[in-house]
Design a protein around this ligand. Sequence first.
Ligand SMILES: [Zn+2]
Length: 236
Amino acid sequence: MVIPFNPNDRAKSTATLQVEMVRRASDGEIIEVRNWIATQTEKQIHSLRLKIRRENSENFSCFYCGHDVLLRKHKRGGHYFAHKEKTAAEKADCIYQQNRMISSEERDRIRYHGQREGMRHIKTKELTVRVLRSDPRFSEPEIEKRWTSFSDGWRKPDVASKWNAQQIVFEVQVSNTYPQVVAERTDFYRKQGALLIWIYDRLKEKDWRTLHADNFCSNGQHLFLVDEECVILSET
Ligand SMILES: [Zn+2]
């Protein structure tokens, strides 16, 4: 059977998906795969497939276990995300594995977490912008503006601004970002002559996450956190 191909057609997902929710590394966005694929064209999905497979380009991970995922295409034409390394997902006991049944309660719970994390991310970004705007030493903040580097690809910092002549980018941190991603982004912005500051929306009272600790110790023992109270103080 010959399947006609038109790059401008709407992309379709497969009837059953493998990984139903993914996180996009460039902006931290949590994506519900089925809804999202339906908003893309075949052309967009096919060029993304290549970018995901190339180093230093676009990267997606499983929302549940955090391991890298790839876009795959079924022989009947539907697209889906699958773990890049099946054994890594097995070891992490990921819920999104072939032949594993997910109850509707489990599915709803994961969706709920994903949506909440997405909202916290947006909220923290907005608070960061408000703090910067209330300090005249910072230039007007840019939100999710793409930075392209000839040798290292591109990134989309959550918020970027200038303090005097120094470029500063702020990345919101509401979930577990993996040490490799943190290191790789720090290097990317350093090469561009910019300072990267991670912004948290809460502190763990008792047990610090590894990431909090990594950041604290490599940053001259500073950890940046933004909340409603500090925004109001800045604005007054
Ligand atoms: Zn997974």
